[in-house]
Design a protein around this ligand. Structure first.
Ligand code: DAK
Length: 257
């Protein structure tokens, strides 16, 4: 697939997408966001891709939405264009999505990382929602996902002051999974992605769906939902194979069926 602002590759079950607008710190213009939504749609339909990894490279994840593009937008234009529809397509990606973050992940960049299921960061990563400094507020999930991840007190401070967090602070706050030296970020992210890609794909996909459901529902309804998905997995070949392989003391061969 031809893309202008993304570098795409695929190996060992991992679809890797690198945001690539280095001159503007990977600012997320409309074209880039649409390309990302298209690529993820394609990867979602491709059985060879079991996990997707989004990175911005070692210098910058993304410094937010493209301010030059947004500066002259009117409310009506934004409403009619329905840019949020593209973000919804990204958030509906059904397979595991991992972010490898180095340098700034600000505004829409932080929101994009938070759409991912796991975040690995380099020691140089910074996470923040500085929209308030531009006279606006987060609009692609920043107030919702950040407060669920780090709690009200920290989220309020970040959203109301625009201050960002270092990678260590983000780790302590529960926003990210781990911090690694910048030169190891790509390797560690690929290692994690490959590990998840080696698991039974249907179980992985439903487990992701079930964890996400917990943010949206009561415990009672969530448990009910989890039980239904659990029963469903007993209709898969992978369940037979996984349990048989355990009994036969060998490695399972999952086929995604
Ligand atoms: N947009 C456009 N250009 C940007 C940019 C951005 N967000 N961030 C950086 N750049 C450009 C700079 O203008 C500069 O360009 P030149 O001057 O060289 O032409 C180049 O990238 C390098 O930036 P700096 O010279 O500023 O680099 P520094 O290392 O000094 O500073 C920085 C790095 C990340 C601290 C700084 O660039 C910065 O503060 N950037 C802006 C961060 C920010 O405010 N981000 C939030 C943007 S608002 C929506 C969905 C989402 C959103 C909105 C709508 N819908 C679905 C409708 C999200 C909104 C946002 O993210």
């Amino acid at each position: 697939m031809d893309t202008k602002h993304l570098i795409i590759s695929q190996k060992e079950g991992v679809g890797r997408v690198q945001l690539h607008r280095p001159r503007v710190l990977n600012a997320l213009n409309k074209e880039l966001v649409a390309e990302l939504a298209d690529v993820l749609d394609k990867m979602d339909r491709d059985d060879e891709v079991r996990v997707a990894l989004i990175t911005g490279g070692p210098k910058c994840f993304a410094a937010g939405a493209d301010i030059d593009e947004m500066a002259e937008s009117s409310a009506v234009e934004m409403l009619l264009e329905d840019q949020f529809a593209q973000w919804d397509r990204i958030r509906r990606f059904s397979k595991p999505l991992i972010a490898a973050v180095s340098g700034p992940a600000l505004g829409g960049g932080c929101e994009l990382a938070m759409v991912c299921d796991m975040i690995l960061a380099s020691e140089k990563a910074r996470f923040g929602q500085p929209e308030v400094n531009l006279g606006v507020m987060p609009g692609a999930g920043g107030t919702q996902r950040l407060s669920r991840a780090v709690g009200k007190a920290r989220a309020m401070e970040m959203v109301l002051t625009g201050r960002s967090m270092t990678a260590r602070e983000a780790l302590n706050a529960g926003l990210i999974n781990r911090v690694v030296p910048v030169e190891l970020l790509e390797e560690e992210a690929m290692k994690l992605a490959r590990e998840v890609a080696s698991k039974p794909p249907v179980a992985v996909r439903l487990a992701k769906r079930s964890v996400l459901k917990s943010f949206d529902t009561t415990v009672e309804e969530g448990l009910d939902y989890e039980q239904k998905l659990f029963y469903f997995l007993f209709a898969t070949e992978d369940q037979r194979e996984g349990m048989k392989a355990f009994q036969e003391k060998r490695k399972p061969r999952f086929r995604g069926k």
